[in-house]
Ligand binder design. Structure first.
Ligand code: GLC
Length: 569
């Protein structure tokens, strides 16, 4: 979701800094503890599939649950651990499933509850965890709760949503904007009141100050916890509460209509990140903790780090993984990236655990944003940082945004705010499994165009090429799993030449050096401690060693490339 940009993290960071996090008495395991005590969501790598676009199993051009289930062995081969499935609930699809009619059922487009049960069972059999999207902020306007609420001012569910009388001039009660274009208020002519929606008019916001709403939603979570899901990706979590006194949002002094969405004219002071949300999150977490298996929440939160960390909860009893969007929103520049990493290492509390991602179904794809020549570097960065990595389907084969002709646009955001580059269809194009015209995704006309480079960018071709990006991801994921230092070890930034980002990951004496060259030319990095070191993985050469004598001369880093090196004991 386009949302307020995080504030730029603090001033220049020191070039070498030890940000070891040992010595904690915190809630989640820390580097001094034995590897077996670590939680699955700390050790694992999350992979988002977009259900409409992953695999079609019934020839209607739209992906489905049976399709995802068929492809689970691929995910197990790739080496990810946790599958995140966006909404597959009954929905009019105004926002492609994020407008939910009933979150305890499955839309026939995607299959049945039995299909979901079978998918979860198969995933568990393969050692994969499953987390599903849950949408607590709003429902569809076709949800029975809203239909009742809308039926009259006296309806018992009236207060389940946010209704307000018009302003004195008859217009919307506040100046609030929707995040998908237009005002956040729609007039219900029958009752003469407005209802509030942070997103589309077809997605009315629930009133979380109503305890019946809280109870009803917790009941829906129970439904899935009882069915065996391992956790939830909590959609739009920072939106749950809006100011109880309906204050207008103040103007945003940095607003630039050329780059910002209409809603960014205002600071979201009274519509986002209100303190009461923490109370609800604690209730959700308490429910999850009643279940075995360490059920977890991944919270969708586009907030500056200082605000984001509050979502871990004061005592670590909040969201286990509040999504860190720094690598999505910061410019792809070595200095911004270094600053982001050091800020996360400094600010994420000792009782908590970081996470990292480059994109999702709402954001431009990695290969489009960075260019194909930098995707290997990005892969090595994502999978060597301290914190849970979150991958987006297709990035592992270098899929890029696929343009959609104006007459074929599907995303409501692009339809409501055209030609500003906000449309999300391009990053949702179908997964490419093989080199055939429909890429093994479907036998019908795919719901979004496949792109014109399917023959060269697809899983089958990449699997067959030992030097492919896909095989780099495969090796990186295997190494991350094998090496506790890379997975759960402490992080320490080290001095390096200007274009090189370098850090140590260390666990129980095993020390790995990660060196990433953001420059356009190769660089030799003479780290002082290379005697007896060995290369574990190179971004461009995979397992091919450096030339003889490299330990004396320094490790040679290709342009936009990196190496992972095991230092001698
Ligand atoms: C989240 C989803 C996005 C959706 C919005 C409204 O930001 O990721 O796709 O449009 O919530 O539900």
């Amino acid at each position: 979701m386009p949302s307020p940009q995080p504030e730029a993290p603090g001033a220049d960071s020191p070039r070498a800094i030890d940000v070891s996090v040992s010595g904690s008495a915190g809630r989640v395991p820390q580097p001094q503890e034995s590897a077996s005590e670590w939680r699955w969501w700390q050790r694992g790598v999350i992979y988002e599939v977009y259900p409409r676009s992953f695999q079609d199993s019934n020839g209607d051009g739209v992906g489905d649950l049976r399709g995802i289930r068929q492809r689970l062995p691929y995910l197990a081969w790739l080496g990810v651990d946790i599958v995140w499935i966006p909404p597959v609930y009954p929905s009019p699809m105004a926002d492609f499933g994020y407008d939910v009619i009933d979150p305890t059922a499955i839309d026939p487009l995607f299959g049945t509850l039995e299909d979901m049960d079978a998918l979860i069972a198969d995933a568990h059999q393969l050692g994969l965890k499953v987390i599903i999207d849950f949408v607590p902020n709003h429902t569809s306007d076709q949800c029975p709760w809203f239909i009742e609420s809308r039926s009259g001012r006296d309806n018992p569910k009236r207060d389940w949503y946010i209704w307000h009388d018009p302003a004195p001039d008859g217009g919307p009660p506040t100046n609030w904007f929707s995040h998908l274009g237009g005002r956040a208020w729609t007039l219900d002519k029958a009752s003469g009141q407005y209802y509030m929606h942070s997103f589309l008019p077809e997605q009315p916001d629930l009133n979380w100050r109503n305890n019946e709403v809280q109870e009803a939603v917790l009941q829906q979570l129970r439904f899935w916890l009882d069915r065996g899901v391992d956790g939830f990706r909590m959609d739009a979590l920072m939106h749950l509460f809006k100011d109880a006194n309906f204050h207008n949002n103040p103007p945003n002094p940095d607003y630039d209509p050329k780059v910002h969405g209409e809603h960014e004219q205002l600071m979201p002071r009274f519509t986002l990140d209100q303190a009461e949300v923490q109370v609800v999150i604690a209730r959700m977490r308490a429910l999850l903790d009643q279940y075995d298996g360490d059920r977890m929440m991944l919270g969708e939160l586009y907030l500056p780090l200082e605000a984001l960390i509050a979502y871990y909860g004061a005592d670590g009893k909040g969201v286990q993984l509040p999504t860190n969007s720094l690598l999505i929103l910061q410019p792809w520049k070595i200095d911004s990236i270094r600053t982001a990493i050091l800020e996360v290492e400094r600010l994420v509390p000792q009782f908590a655990w970081p996470n990292w991602s480059f994109g999702n179904h709402d954001k431009q794809r990695l290969a489009t944003r960075l260019g194909q020549d930098q995707v290997r570097l990005a892969a090595m960065l994502l999978l060597t940082l301290r914190g849970t990595p979150i991958m987006y389907y297709g990035d592992e084969i270098g899929m890029h945004d696929v343009p959609v002709a104006p007459e074929n646009i599907r995303d409501p955001f692009e339809k409501r705010v055209p030609n500003k580059g906000f449309g999300r269809d391009p990053e949702r194009s179908p997964m490419r499994w093989d080199a055939s015209p429909k890429a093994g995704f479907t036998t019908a006309e795919p719901w979004l165009p496949m792109g014109d480079d399917v023959a060269s960018v697809n899983v089958a071709s990449a699997q067959a090429d030992p030097g492919s990006l896909l095989n780099l991801y495969h090796h990186l994921l295997a190494l991350r799993r094998e090496e506790p230092a890379l997975n759960i070890g402490r992080f320490e930034a080290v001095d390096a030449p200007p274009t090189v980002l370098a850090y140590l990951r260390e666990h129980h004496g095993r020390r790995l050096l990660v060196a990433l060259n953001f420059g356009t030319t190769p660089v030799r990095f003479k780290y002082p401690d290379l005697q007896g070191a060995s290369v574990l993985l190179g971004s461009h050469t995979h397992e091919r060693p450096q030339a003889d004598g490299w330990q004396q001369e320094g490790v040679l880093l290709p342009a936009f490339g990196g190496e992972i090196i095991a230092l001698a004991g």
